[in-house]
Design a protein around this ligand. Structure first.
Ligand SMILES: C[S@@+](CC[C@H](N)C(=O)[O-])C[C@H]1O[C@@H](n2cnc3c(N)ncnc32)[C@H](O)[C@@H]1O
Length: 265
């Protein structure tokens, strides 16, 4: 009932893709057409097909393997956070570079961190920008090994940063690097792990007064970020290249409220 009362735009706001890649079937396609209408379903199919080709071509061009989704049942996840994880699926190829351009920051002052880095595609796309360092944090050993291999084999004329580090770590226990950060998350886990990770991030913000941007793609648990305190939302929108029309939000740390930053000024 509550579901029925949500508006179309609310339904589009976020997409719950926690369970694993969804196989196509005729009844599912018919249901999508019924719900969305022919025009939207056709546009969605075209966007899906173009991202399918784009990611295939991107992998070939850059000598890496990132495109196939992997369901949770096939991921070697261990530890307390494993039951809170979302399966592997790469973000679309166009999303991150266009968003990073909009941040209007001096990239060389910032480290880029992908939380739930998977096979490392977002790390490689971030390498088009002259970041100080690019870090990927991934819970699955096999995915983090593959991300490491991808970072080594990656070839690109646009490469502006080659300082990669892939860590096989639980984000809930990750200690964030010092200095200004751009953190990326493609809905990697549920609200439980997100709250744990944000509390570590909040203490990093309190200790060192530097700017942190948090890009949250498909922000299913945005309420956890909004209630965590040190962030203000600076951007939001829809990934126009994604066939699901995924939402994103960008937050910035409120460093002016940090007592240590005031001491240093
Ligand atoms: C949706 S994929 C995103 C992949 C990549 N960031 C991208 O956008 O292309 C989510 C990834 O988060 C990882 N993950 C889930 N829980 C995690 C945790 N607690 N710590 C680190 N990684 C985690 C999963 O193994 C999966 O590879």
């Amino acid at each position: 009932m509550a579901q029925d009362m949500t508006t179309q735009s609310q339904r589009r706001l976020t997409v719950n893709i926690n369970d694993g890649p969804r196989p196509f079937s005729a009844p599912k396609i018919a249901a999508v057409i019924r719900e969305m209408g022919w025009r939207s379903a056709l546009l969605g199919s075209l966007l899906f097909a173009s991202e399918f080709l784009r990611s295939w071509w991107w992998d070939r061009l850059h000598n890496v393997t990132t495109r196939h989704p992997i369901p949770l049942s096939k991921l070697d996840l261990v530890g307390p956070s494993s039951s809170h994880a979302v399966f592997y699926q790469a973000t679309g190829t166009k999303f991150l570079p266009s968003l990073l351009r909009r941040l209007d920051i001096q990239y060389s002052h910032f480290s880029f961190v992908d939380i739930g880095a998977g096979k490392g595609k977002m790390m490689l796309l971030a390498a088009e920008f002259p970041f100080r360092r690019i870090v990927g944090v991934e819970l699955s050993r096999s995915l983090s090994d593959l991300a490491q291999r991808n970072c080594k084999s990656f070839r690109s004329k646009k490469k502006a940063c080659g300082n990669f580090e892939v860590l096989c770590r639980d984000a809930a226990e990750f200690t964030f690097p010092n200095g200004p950060l751009v953190i990326y998350m493609f809905n990697p886990f549920d609200d439980v792990v997100l709250a744990q990770m944000l509390s570590k991030l909040a203490s990093a913000i309190r200790q060192q007064a530097c700017q942190i941007f948090l890009i949250y793609n498909n922000p299913l648990h945005r309420n956890v970020v909004c209630s965590s305190g040190p962030f203000e939302r600076v951007l939001q929108g829809t990934d126009k290249w994604d066939y699901r029309k995924l939402r994103y939000e960008v937050y910035r740390s409120r460093i002016e409220e940090n007592p240590q930053s005031q001491k240093q000024q």
